[in-house]
Design a protein around this ligand. Sequence first.
Ligand code: ZN
Length: 241
Amino acid sequence: MIVLNYHELVEAAPSNAWCLTHETFDAHLTLCKNRLISPQSFLERCADPNASRNDAVLLTFDDGFMSDYTHIYAHYVTTGRIPGFMSFIPVDFVGSQGRLSWRMIEELDRGGVAIGSHGMAHVDLTSVSDVELGRELTVSKSMLEDRLGREVTLFAFPYGRFSRRVWDAALRAGYTHLFTIQLGHHRGFETFLYSRLCLTNDMDVEYMRRHLLDPDAMRGFVWRISTKLRLYRQLMHWRCR
Ligand SMILES: [Zn+2]
């Protein structure tokens, strides 16, 4: 399976590289619409080791932007064009300008959107103290769970930055699916890590077409050689110390 990661969607004039126009998003959807699956279906298939080459596509959105609700949910999910998505919330940002409110998050949850944590203050978790790391992971989890009345087991690393210390702490906190920013199919080098393509607005439709055909195509030489030698996991453990 392939996991795509978006941030804010706007009508025109994106304010940063991770912000895409509605038009670009629509063009991406046209390419993968028959392959889209719901978060629930994705999570069920994750348990199946044969699913790694399945060509289904999951949409995820990070940072809790208002467009998750006003655009994706309102225009695509409620009309059945998208079978749901994952939304990763940095809890400190809830209710601030341009971001989701708690009421919207609760409605998304009821409407088939899988809500995950993106920490509290959107900090690079590899650079914070153990105390701060614990707070980012556990307080965001419990605040989301209190609001939604259900267990929250999905987590996306802010900036896609992680280390072994960070993933160990996330697993201890009770998360089961940890989402990174890496090229490739959904299955990461550990069973609890999930790779995603982070879309930036210089990735045109042709880039997306190539990614959907082969998400490994643009991975580098080091990945190729270490995978061939069956040393990729070991190499990543060394890099993630
Ligand atoms: Zn983020």
